[in-house]
Design a protein around this ligand. Sequence first.
Ligand code: DI6
Ligand code: FE
Length: 409
Amino acid sequence: MWDTLWLEVNLATMTSGGPPFGEILDGAVGIEGGRLAFVGPCDRLPGEPGGLAKEVREGRGCWMTPGLIDCHTHLVYGGNRAGEFEKRLRGVSYEEIARAGGGILSTVKATRTADEAELLMSAEERLADLRSEGVTTVEIKSGYGLNLETELKMLRVARRLSERAEVTVKTTLLGAHALPPEFFGRPDAYIDLICDEMIPAAADLNLADAVDAFCENIGFSVQQVERVFQAAGNRNLPVKLHAEQLSDQGGAALAARYGALSADHLEYVSEAGVRAMAEAGTLAVLLPGAFHMLQEKQKPPVALFRRHGVPIALSTDCNPGSSPVTSLLLMLNMACVLFGLTVEEALAGVTREAARALGMDRSHGTLEVGKVADLVLWEIEGPADLAYRLGASPCREVARNGLTVLRRG
Ligand code: DI6
Ligand code: FE
């Protein structure tokens, strides 16, 4: 006996190689022990529904997708930067604000002074927004501490969120996000601190699932990031990189050389960088919220990613500076309208490919027998509605590990 059987649901399984969206109309889904035990058309069920499962649920023609995965966020932070947003609207650039000690560093101040309970509470509110739209897995980076104590504090809060909020959390140490004031003029000494103390401590305490860095002229150089990647490798931590967001630094090629899970942003990536990513199997994570908020003009080269076969994932980049976004559905729309993705590419970008970007594609990201039963029920006419309707909230029910964690309307 299965625990639960869903009947009369249209499935966007998001498996590749078959029909668009891996679609199965008039489908059924069986769940047992938190895993998918059956995914197929209703008329291929191996028996009478009542005899197959303890609980039978009617989908009434709703659509079901895998639980959404937000694979790049800075969800845990202190303070608020709406004032900077107003400055940018008056023409001051993101880089100018950063160089004047605002930007990331203003959030660092607020995050250092906040205690764990405060950080947890504000992050929980943002996480609630994401969850209300079907997000079941979220990656959360540190990077607003920039000292050992606060980086670990952020990672601990991220781990606690996963216990409290019925969401799967992957944590990433982003010590190399910006140069903290106490290291001004000594960036290499700060890289020493990351390599010698932060990475070993995060690894020993099992607080980080990966290591990230910001490779940019207002961030860190390729040489500095390379040292961080080596230290991560010494502790068997996978790496990823904020690369080519504001300029071409050769970060994507570096990420590829270290077998990175993903290179993220990529507005300024060169064809050589894209080719290197393709060869290494490094994904492109696109972040249209940051592109929009910073009023960027240069788009990531989607046609090159397609031509070279670089898979594309999509994320909110939820952060207080460049992307105060807590709607992954909005990112579907922006990726289609601003970057020219198809709806299918966009939806794959927050399911199958996002799972791959987090190294969890064997267990998550598609509706397939054996995978974890993270799923969302949507009251929509078809998958395109998810990218088409701005501000709609068609999410009706969310299950994580086969258990209902959200039910609406
Ligand atoms: N790129 C981004 O878009 C975020 N971090 C990064 O390296 C922005 C972080 C912030 O402005 O607080
Ligand atoms: Fe980011």
